[in-house]
Ligand binder design. Structure first.
Ligand SMILES: *Cc1c(COP(=O)(O)O)cnc(C)c1O
Length: 231
């Protein structure tokens, strides 16, 4: 998709494509997470000005600075999601600054995020990241580890278990990705049957969000289709 000069136009195009994908597949509409990593605060402010409220960032430190900058720019009520790999030494900063962490993939992070989530804030919304294709060296837990991790998150008083996130292998073959999305929907349905707080399946990016929605995504994470190529 070409970069568009006006963020409103790109936003409308993506939102319409999302609506169409949901309607065609007879799925509920999905939520849009605008992925603003490597984009300046001004670009976020422009999109926020067009009505977009949820933003995703990959790097805790970059995000913390940007969140402060947005507050200075007067953009209120934004919702920040951490979608990048989380190191345990960044848990405090993450728990203090984000509304959601989508990349929880191991037990150690449960305890740390729970401990550092300030009592003055609502519980931190958590998605468990799943390495759905079993790619070596990639973030995300194995599918068979979902149930135990979910139980730990659900028991942590300062965390709220909301669902699952995945980044299927970026195969050029869209049908290959579809398999990953279908597997994720299966895991999501089992989890939802067990925990009433679970309502979010985060999958699909600029290239494949329509396929992800057709396969049951409730949230898509879109960067370059909104902001143009990352600088
Ligand atoms: C960068 C990123 C995205 C967005 O990717 P685009 O292809 O630019 O839409 C989504 N999810 C994660 C986890 C990312 O790191």
């Amino acid at each position: 998709m070409p970069a568009m000069s006006r963020p409103q136009e790109a936003l409308q195009t993506v939102l319409e494509a999302m609506k169409r994908a949901a309607r065609d597949a007879e799925r509920p509409e999905a939520r849009l997470l605008a992925v603003s990593k490597m984009q300046p605060a001004e670009a976020v402010a422009a999109l926020a000005g067009s009505g977009q409220s949820a933003f995703g960032e990959n790097y805790v430190h970059e995000a913390t600075a940007k969140i402060a900058k947005l507050a200075e720019l007067g953009a209120a009520g934004l919702e920040w999601h951490l979608i990048g790999h989380l190191q345990s030494n960044k848990c405090r900063e993450a728990a203090e600054n984000f509304d959601w962490v989508q990349s929880l993939d191991r037990e150690k992070l449960v305890e740390a995020l729970n401990r550092f989530r300030p009592a003055t804030l609502p519980p931190l919304n958590v998605l468990i990241q799943v390495n759905v294709d079993g790619e070596v060296g990639k973030s995300g837990c194995a599918p068979m580890a979902i149930a135990m991790l979910a139980e730990s998150v659900a028991r942590a008083p300062r965390l709220l278990l909301r669902g699952l996130m995945a980044i299927p292998e970026p195969s050029p073959d869209i049908e290959q990705r579809r398999c990953g999305f279908q597997a994720m929907l299966g895991y999501f349905d089992s989890l939802r049957a067990q925990w009433s707080s679970v309502d979010t399946l985060s999958m699909g990016m600029s290239e494949d969000f329509a396929v992800a929605i057709a396969e049951g995504a409730t949230m898509v994470r879109v960067g370059s289709a909104l902001f143009g190529p990352r600088r």
